[in-house]
Design a binder for this molecule. Structure first.
Ligand SMILES: [Zn+2]
Length: 189
């Protein structure tokens, strides 16, 4: 493969799994992956160590090199102290399930105390809810609507979200990644 051909593979064809300096993945979900271009650049800048390689070679005019499949940062990146309050992280906290009926379809966000009643958009007042439950609850509190939350919304720690991410292995996993990843799913019979 030449660099030009590799370029046409849109970068994510040979993604590199990115590990922290302690050889733990930076993130499970989404899995921390870099395109081969980002990975090669970081290798040249000596920011990462190559842990495993693909068989795939890329050739430039002067040399050939194997694309890295697993890289580790040389400098340890401390995890953030607080989990970012994002739509994705709220869904992740709630296991991608409606917090009223458990459905995993048509997920939206519910303000437990409705916004019109002073409810704020924050970890402790927002929960994943399917569209039908959201419509049914409307402008009421769960108690008024006679609906029960499965869990009281809380602010998760970054560690908690990291562990929750382990429940969602991506569709594509290269063999060389498996020594560095640990999926909860593997524990199920
Ligand atoms: Zn629901």
């Amino acid at each position: 493969m030449t660099l030009q051909e590799a370029d046409r593979s849109h970068g994510m064809f040979y993604p590199a799994l990115v590990l922290n300096a302690d050889y733990q993945p930076l993130s499970y979900y989404p899995l921390s992956l870099w395109s081969w271009q980002q990975a090669i650049k970081a290798v040249f800048l000596e920011r990462v160590q190559v842990v495993c390689e693909y068989d795939q070679l890329v050739h430039s005019a002067r040399m050939a090199l194997r694309l890295p499949s697993v890289i580790a940062l040389k400098d340890y990146v401390s995890p953030p102290r607080r989990a970012a309050f994002t739509r994705f992280n709220v869904f992740l906290r709630d296991g991608f399930c409606c917090q009223y009926c458990g459905s995993d379809e048509e997920l939206t966000f519910d303000h437990v105390i409705p916004r019109s009643r002073g409810g704020r958009t924050e970890w402790t007042n927002v929960a994943a809810a399917c569209s039908p439950c959201n419509l049914k609850k409307a402008n009421r509190t769960p108690r008024e609507a006679g609906m029960r939350l499965r869990a009281k919304p809380h602010e998760p720690t970054p560690h908690e979200l990291h562990n929750l991410g382990r429940k969602f292995p991506p569709n594509f996993l290269h063999d060389s990644w498996l020594d560095y990843l640990y999926w909860d799913a593997e524990l199920e019979p």
